[in-house]
Design a binder for this molecule. Sequence first.
Ligand code: ADP
Ligand code: MG
Length: 228
Amino acid sequence: MIKLEHVNKYYSLDQEKIHVLKDINLNIQEHEFVAIMGPSGSGKSTLMNTISFLDGNFEGSYLFKNEDAYHYNDNKLSRIRNQSVGFVFQSFQLIENNTVFENVALPLLYGGMKYRNTKELVMNALEKVGIPDKYNKLPKQLSGGQQQRVAIARALVGNPSFIIADEPTGALDTHTSADIMELFQQLNDKEKVTILMVTHDSEAAQYCKRVITVRDGEIIEGGADYAV
Ligand code: ADP
Ligand code: MG
């Protein structure tokens, strides 16, 4: 589903050019559950931004479902991004004044669906993350783990091709982290959701089926040569 070949990326900082992704070769199949690990500054977020169609300013090739999505015009590219990727963040990024239901409905409304048509999909996503009874609460009335479940439901609701989670357990205690990782594992096993996760937490990474290690802009383990 995701195929990067000889991807190189540079940032220009003042007069300096820094090489942030170095000859990245990577294949990810549908239904995989992948952790990306590596020290701070090693290029993990840059790699995720490339994969999730946020930053097309790189050299090399990225084929998504055998097509070069970055060659589409901006409208089509943003449509592909909105339909193909669900995002989960360390800090949940929920809208505080909106209910759980409204937060989860957001990607559907953004995609043009009428509010009155969102109910079944939203409640279905809340069922999958185990908190359908919380639909009418505000985020601040929920625990951190429950808030992250809302964010995961929001990522799932549009039935994306894959979910990108950047340090999804970074703000949670050990016990709650384990619960959230079990949820991801269950979504991967039962719902066949493809998940790419950046994490610093080696305990969290143990739930993933494959670990990619990034060091100083290079994949040093788990890249294109990985046998699924
Ligand atoms: P990680 O997510 O692994 O911490 P990043 O992908 O955020 O790493 O950053 C990789 C390198 O690129 C770092 O050296 C960082 O300082 C640099 N970098 C990231 N974003 C920018 C930017 N917008 N402009 C210039 N340099 C950047
Ligand atoms: Mg980062």
